[in-house]
Design a protein around this ligand. Structure first.
Ligand SMILES: *Cc1c(COP(=O)(O)O)cnc(C)c1O
Length: 372
């Protein structure tokens, strides 16, 4: 699905030098590389505060903790996504309310958010799925009207933009109140281990998050809040600072790979394949290249038999799981439909034309076989 080793070989010397420097300085927790990464991201995103932390799930947890919501608060999350948003909401004792997603972008839909708002709703966690921004214009209008906090999870879409009505492009994760991301190795900006970050423009929220991530303390052994321990290693930050130099070019390479997939699959002229949708207000950065296809499970096996990996993100709705089926859910037909039809193909900057052609050839062959 990804080829992290090929990517590494191209920057091996720089990475080794960065790691060696950390060892020479023996600064492992905190340190200048962590500060530099926070600054790099802040200036890239055009946001006032970036606080790196241990992983993307912690980033979401810190964001929600910082809001000090009442105990009976309901928080709207998408029903078609990775578990983290629902997990942290429930873990903190709040109620996740599962909303449906758009059938074209797979992102949480403003209409479904609206349907799920009650007097207890306090926040929305927007996940920008697969590399594409959700409809932030629609979502922010609703949030403003109903006085809701908006947390944006850009773990899969760091570097994706949302272009609003004024034609002003802004980075996903910087439009709501708090943005969160992950540096899990397979994300668009990936470390060699775990990592994450929270970002926001509001200085008061930022300092609260810093305190919460540091055992609730700003002055050593003085605890203002009940916090957690969530920090990014200096080593991981050093690795990320090297990769950050190539971050924009990695995204361009992902777009080129997607275009290649698109043109081969579109030329097959098979109406049964639904390609990733392009949307002028939210250009795709392709953390995943996800199609819809009939005979999905058979085709996945067929690809596997030809040594081609593929993945199902996500094979079921969150609300269908034992851990979450006790929470209230409106009907989420798109989330259900997508969980049965989506298939993600290999996607990474190093994927070459020959590999893409081979994947497409076998995919189309599989479709032909099972359509008979
Ligand atoms: C990867 C991911 C996370 C969690 O990140 P970790 O660093 O693995 O904790 C959260 N949300 C989404 C949408 C993700 O894809």
């Amino acid at each position: 699905m990804v080829d992290l080793y090929s990517q590494h070989l191209k920057i091996k010397t720089e990475i080794e030098e960065a790691i060696n420097n950390c060892i020479l300085n023996s600064s492992f927790i905190g340190g200048e590389q962590v500060n530099l990464l926070n600054e790099n991201l802040a200036s890239f995103l055009g946001i006032n505060n970036v606080m790196s932390c241990a992983n993307g799930t912690d980033a979401l947890q810190l964001a929600i903790m910082a809001l000090n919501l009442p105990k009976d608060a309901e928080i709207i999350v998408p029903n078609f996504t990775f578990v983290a948003p629902a997990e942290v909401v429930a873990l903190l004792g709040y109620k996740p309310i599962f909303a449906d997603v758009s059938e074209t972008t797979y992102n949480i839909s403003p209409e479904s958010i609206l349907e799920n708002i009650s007097s207890k709703t306090k926040a929305i966690v927007v996940v920008h799925l697969f590399g594409q921004s959700a409809d932030m214009k629609g979502i922010l209008e609703i949030a403003e009207k109903h006085h809701l906090w908006v947390i944006e999870d850009v773990a899969q879409s760091l570097g994706a933009q949302f272009i609003d009505i004024d034609n002003k492009p802004r980075y996903a994760g910087t439009l709501g109140h708090i943005g969160t991301t992950s540096f899990f190795p397979t994300k668009n900006l990936g470390a060699m281990g775990d990592g994450g970050a929270v970002f926001c423009n509001d200085d008061a929220i930022a300092s609260k998050i810093k305190i919460l991530a540091n055992h609730g303390s700003i002055v050593k052994y003085n605890y203002q809040e009940i916090g957690i321990n969530s920090r990014l290693d200096n080593l991981q930050a050093a690795i990320l600072n090297v990769k950050f130099k190539y971050f924009s070019s990695y995204i361009e390479q992902r777009k080129a790979v997607a275009q290649r997939y698109n043109s081969i699959l579109a030329s097959a002229n098979n109406k049964n394949i639904v390609l990733p949708q392009h949307n002028n207000s939210s250009p795709h950065t392709y953390n995943q290249y996800t199609i819809q296809i009939p005979f999905r499970d058979q085709i996945k096996n067929h690809l596997f038999e030809h040594n081609i990996p593929s993945m199902i993100y996500y094979p079921s709705t969150l609300s269908s799981h034992h851990a979450y089926n006790k929470y209230k859910t409106s009907a989420t037909p798109n989330a259900e439909y997508l969980s049965k039809h989506v298939l993600s193909l290999p996607m990474h900057p190093e994927l070459d034309e020959e590999q893409i052609a081979f994947i497409c050839k076998n995919l189309l062959l599989g479709l032909e076989i099972f359509s008979k």
